[in-house]
Design a protein around this ligand. Structure first.
Ligand SMILES: [Zn+2]
Length: 351
């Protein structure tokens, strides 16, 4: 929780450097000492990931997470902690996704759905086509993709926005050409799958699945020898009406509340895993910052607002709703510090 210590130091240093009061090194040392010896961040993260786990926007797990954050804030003494509701549409229910090789032999395939893409309305049996590696991002879509599940190898580290734009564009091209499904070859090892709704939200054009690298290699080897057929069953469904989601907000009031510093993290995640790194750890850090500052009885110069957003993985739904709901206060916002290291190795705090 090194970044927590850094964040505390910054929070209690920035207002002082801009004002006449010098930095109080003793207070900073106390905060650092408290965070290193009495941190509850790991306990919270364990509780979040092991008892709730993945928390897709609009799901009951997302609701449970908002409840847990509110309860933790109230327990820390934030009597002003509250939910801020907003609505989005469409909602999406993730169902079970299964894949099976049915010809020339039988074998279970490791496949998983992307977010906000449609279901198959029952099992479908389709031939496999292969678009191969997409090196320039603009493949020619052959007519043979009609009615087929199409392997697409995007060969990316999944960080670039170009990558997600390419992914979305190819899915639309495949849908227009009548393809039955898009099978994106996972770039992760050990049959690990990938998921996301980035640019598929609000509604993907066709069934977009992640297929394990090893399983895609098998399908490709078999295709060299003849026709390959697979069975897919994707039980996703859309909720075609407005769905209510919540952000959680609490204030540590300052002696001069005319300005606010916002400390934020999104709490929604995907559910193949438990969302520990993206962004459970960020939530734990911000929540622990709130808890520690409150329990030490510190009063900052300006108000520190802690905001926990849902809906980030779709299209920053929660933070956009916050901006809309707090439009009139934005000119009084001194700084925003957001923590969201994503599913990569945490390397520190960037300002
Ligand atoms: Zn994130």
């Amino acid at each position: 929780m090194r970044s927590l210590v850094i964040a505390f130091t910054i929070l209690f240093s920035i207002p002082s450097t801009a004002q006449t009061n010098p930095i109080d090194p003793e207070t900073v040392a106390r905060i650092v000492g408290y965070s290193l010896t009495r941190s509850g961040a790991s306990d919270f993260l364990e509780s979040l990931t092991d008892t709730i786990g993945g928390r897709i926007t609009g799901s009951k797990e997302s609701q449970a997470t908002a409840n847990l954050i509110l309860k933790t804030l109230k327990g820390a003494g934030f009597s002003n902690a509250h939910f801020e509701e907003y609505q989005f549409e469409p909602g999406w229910q993730k169902g079970i996704t299964t894949g099976e090789l049915v010809a020339p032999t039988h074998r279970t395939l490791f496949v998983g759905t992307y977010g906000w893409v449609p279901g198959t309305q029952g099992p479908i049996e389709v031939p496999v086509m292969d678009l191969g590696p997409i090196d320039n991002g603009h493949p020619t879509i052959p007519a043979e993709v009609r009615g087929a599940a199409v392997l697409v190898d995007l060969r990316s580290n999944a960080l670039s926005t170009t990558y997600v734009a390419t992914r979305m564009r190819i899915s639309q091209q495949l849908a227009q050409a009548g393809a039955a499904a898009m099978l994106i070859v996972s770039d992760k090892p050990d049959r690990m799958l990938y998921t996301s709704a980035f640019l598929f939200y609000p509604r993907g054009a066709l069934h977009v699945l992640s297929i394990a690298n090893e399983d895609a290699a098998l399908l490709r080897r078999l295709r060299v020898k003849g026709e390959v057929k697979i069975k897919l069953d994707v039980q996703n469904s859309f909720i075609d009406h407005a769905v209510t989601e919540r952000n959680v907000v609490a204030d540590l009031e300052g002696s001069d509340p005319s300005q606010t510093v916002l400390l934020t993290a999104h709490f929604d995640s995907w559910d193949p895993a438990q969302g520990a790194n993206d962004n459970g750890a960020g939530v734990a850090v911000v929540l622990d910052a709130a808890r520690i500052l409150k329990s030490m009885g510190l009063k900052p110069r300006h108000t520190i607002r802690f905001a926990f957003f849902s809906g980030e993985e779709q299209s920053d739904l929660g933070s956009k709703a916050y901006v809309e709901q707090h439009k009139s206060e934005l000119d009084n916002l001194w700084a925003v510090i957001n923590t969201d290291h994503g599913a990569q190795t945490p390397l520190g705090l960037q300002l």
